[in-house]
Design a protein around this ligand. Structure first.
Ligand code: GAL
Length: 368
């Protein structure tokens, strides 16, 4: 009995420190808390991001709280405020829009570190670090897929290929980066006449009037489907589209759904791009419907983010494996932030098995 009491007393003394051994401790030896504010759940990937970030943070000895903002920035701001009230020492934010700036300012006032996650927080000078994938390269992959699939190198103004353009949310800086990456590949073909754009035709996100017309509010599938239906009854009514620039998988599937109701595309859909490696789109790629997606392994982004958070909380200089540090390109409009960029991977019918199944990201039974 005496031995049991000694053991229990020892555990009471050592326990908290053992629990927080990996992570930074808050006052009183408790494990420090990290807030994880994700933007939404209607795009599948964010559910995976939140879960991976939480488990990686806890594995390092932190207390972690995940919230989802349902694409409502005021809701996410309240969630961030709650995290600050609970004593979070660091908050990872995948923002909804620039309205997050006030919450970032409050965090800074409290001495709480903010990491912008996947989406650059524009309009703020109150944070120093951003971590994402190389999203310009994501766009280049999308443009490159259309270049290859439509054989643009062999096209000419005498026999142009025809596409229409979609972009992501106008409130998401990534949408501009994806689009400009794609246009860095496609613009020379538009200039030569080998590629004809149907519908609004910006050649850069800087053409804000026309770029806005191809954006999709909050990345909503229903918005993209309706705009595709409208195009099929107007600008794209009297042409056969060879391809469609779709910025992510959720929108790609909505666009393909609209096209499949048009007699012109019943047997053969246009070449449609995507992003995120969503399981429904991997199925569509396997079935020969969607042409490609870009896989951004959120398992890797989560590990890298928590490594960054841990280093910052310990006052150490970060050294993040598998991420390229960019200290010049990402300007919030108030300052240039140190940005860690992970590598995206192109996925087509040729390699989905290796990249998405053999890697363990999905199980073979997830696909029909
Ligand atoms: C972007 C993100 C993409 C895309 C989109 C929808 O910011 O980088 O992965 O899916 O949001 O949430």
């Amino acid at each position: 009995m005496k031995k049991l009491i000694v053991v229990l007393l020892a555990l009471a003394v050592v326990g908290p420190f053992a629990f927080a051994a990996g992570g930074q401790q808050a006052a009183g030896g408790k494990a420090a808390m990290i807030g994880l504010a994700m933007p939404e759940t209607h795009v599948e990937r964010w559910q995976k991001d939140g879960a991976a970030l939480k488990s990686d943070a806890e594995a390092k000895g932190y207390v972690a709280e995940v919230t989802y903002g349902d694409a409502d920035q005021s809701k996410q701001n309240q969630q961030i405020q709650d995290m600050l009230t609970k004593g979070a020492k660091l908050v990872v934010i995948g923002s909804v829009n620039e309205g997050v700036v006030s919450a970032v300012a409050d965090a800074a006032k409290d001495g709480v570190i903010v990491i912008a996650y996947d989406r650059l927080i524009t309009g703020s000078g109150d944070y120093d670090y951003y971590i994402t994938f190389d999203n310009f390269k994501v766009g280049q992959f999308q443009g490159g897929a259309l270049e290859t699939a439509l054989n643009l190198k062999a096209a000419s103004s005498a026999a142009p290929k025809i596409i229409t353009l979609f972009a992501g949310a106008p409130t998401d800086n990534n949408a501009k980066v994806f689009f400009d990456g794609a246009m860095s590949v496609l613009k020379p073909y538009v200039d030569s006449g080998a590629l004809k754009l149907v519908g609004p035709a910006p050649l850069s996100s800087a053409d804000s009037a026309n770029f806005t017309r191809i954006t999709t509010e909050n990345w909503r599938a229903d918005v993209a489907k309706t705009r595709m239906e409208n195009l099929l009854n107007s600008d794209a009514k009297n042409v056969v589209l060879d391809g469609i620039l779709a910025p992510n998988d959720t929108l790609a599937r909505a666009i393909m759904e609209a096209c499949s109701s048009d007699a012109k595309y019943v047997d053969k859909l246009p070449v449609v791009t995507g992003q995120d490696g969503e399981i429904a789109s991997i199925q569509a790629i396997k079935d020969g419907k969607q042409y490609m997606t870009v896989f951004k392994d959120t398992r890797n982004l989560a590990v890298a983010t928590i490594e960054l958070a841990d280093a910052l909380l310990k006052g150490q200089t970060p050294s993040i494996k598998g991420a390229r540090l960019d200290t010049t390109s990402y300007n919030t409009g108030k300052k240039i932030v140190k940005s860690y960029l992970l590598e995206p991977v192109v996925v087509t019918k040729a390699n989905f098995q290796a990249v998405m199944i053999d890697s363990g990201y999905y199980k073979a039974t997830d696909l029909k």
